[in-house]
Design a binder for this molecule. Structure first.
Ligand SMILES: [Zn+2]
Length: 330
């Protein structure tokens, strides 16, 4: 039930650069949360430091994969390797103090690893100050340190950061895998089907939808957004006020709005790419036909709002701007 095992293209690419020993000193893994990026980064750190012999049958990246049982692999798997560092956001952003602390560690030699691996798990949540501080490290490649940045999409990062990283894209997971994963966790089959279809290929999303109130909240939200079309500014501001009451919930809501807009875009304008026909009815039933330009504008509004929240712009103001843009078509 490993989501990352469905990332054949990304894993194939990683095993290729490992085989040629041609690994850039900074990589960025892009794709939604819940596609296996973090697990791939962990195994990549293991592969670069493995002291054993990989078993191609069980190891990720085939014969370039880590053994999973040597001292180094075990330490990484248990989160206890001193030279494999995970930097997660603190609150809503990766703060400058975190990057400064990281840089002071990087100024020293790795204590035991061949290659120290720094994984910034929420690279899209770096503030401009944090990004610029990190940039210094990216500009001075070290033989012994490799960076792996995890982000939803490249546009979340400063262009100067992106230009120093090699991008590896992670794909949406198959609906059938999501259905199986939910069933294995005891989710009812019909509910599991609906959640898997609406999850945008992300296991995290599917699990969230299948949780108590998950699907109901998502459906309520999408109904509200659809209704904004006919209700004008006053209703948009009321909805914004309601959504802004809980910042964490607001961030989840943004995820659902984005997933829905993307599904709409594909099902209305590129139906040949819809993986599962059941999705079309589920997604478009309540939505009016919106032009592709307007859908892209609305997606941009979601991205802008996420950035504002990460930058600590007032939540109510951010959500008001979002709801007005969603109601007016950009
Ligand atoms: Zn190993």
């Amino acid at each position: 039930m490993d989501p990352v095992r469905h990332q054949r293209r990304a894993l194939g690419f990683l095993s290729g650069i490992l085989a040629k020993n041609n690994v850039a000193h900074a990589l960025v893994f892009t794709g939604d949360a819940g596609l296996g990026k973090k697990q791939a980064a962990e195994h990549f750190a293991m592969a670069r430091n493995c002291e054993g012999t990989p078993d191609p049958e069980s190891a990720m990246f085939g014969d370039q994969g880590p053994c999973g049982v040597c001292g180094s692999c075990r330490k990484i798997l248990s989160g206890n390797h001193p030279d494999v560092l995970f930097v997660e956001k603190d609150g809503v952003s990766v703060k400058i103090a975190q990057v400064r602390a990281l840089l002071s560690v990087l100024a020293m030699r790795p204590s035991e690893a061949k290659i120290r691996v720094v994984v910034i798990t929420d690279a899209g949540a770096m503030t401009p100050e944090s990004s610029n501080a990190l940039l210094k490290a990216l500009e001075e490649p070290s033989e012994t340190t490799c960076f792996v940045l995890l982000a939803g999409q490249k546009s979340e990062l400063l262009p100067t950061v992106v230009s120093r990283c090699q991008e590896i894209r992670f794909s949406p997971l198959p609906v059938s895998f999501l259905v199986q994963s939910l069933e294995a966790r005891g989710v009812d089959r019909d509910l599991g089907q609906a959640c898997a279809l609406l999850a945008g290929g992300s296991l995290d999303n599917a699990l969230e939808l299948a949780s108590e109130q998950g699907l109901a909240r998502r459906n309520w939200l999408i109904n509200q957004i659809c209704a904004l079309e006919d209700q004008g500014m006053g209703q948009a501001l009321l909805l914004a006020e309601f959504l802004a009451r809980d910042k964490k919930a607001a961030q989840d809501d943004l995820n659902w709005i984005r997933t829905w807009l993307r599904d709409l875009l594909v099902s209305q304008y590129a139906p040949q790419h819809v993986i599962n026909k059941d999705l079309m009815g589920l997604v478009t039933s309540r939505a009016k036909k919106i032009s592709p330009e307007s859908l892209l504008d609305r997606l941009q509004a979601v991205t802008d709002c996420e950035k504002d929240l990460a930058r600590n712009v007032n939540t109510r103001l951010s959500m008001e701007t979002l709801c007005l843009r969603l109601s007016s078509g950009g």
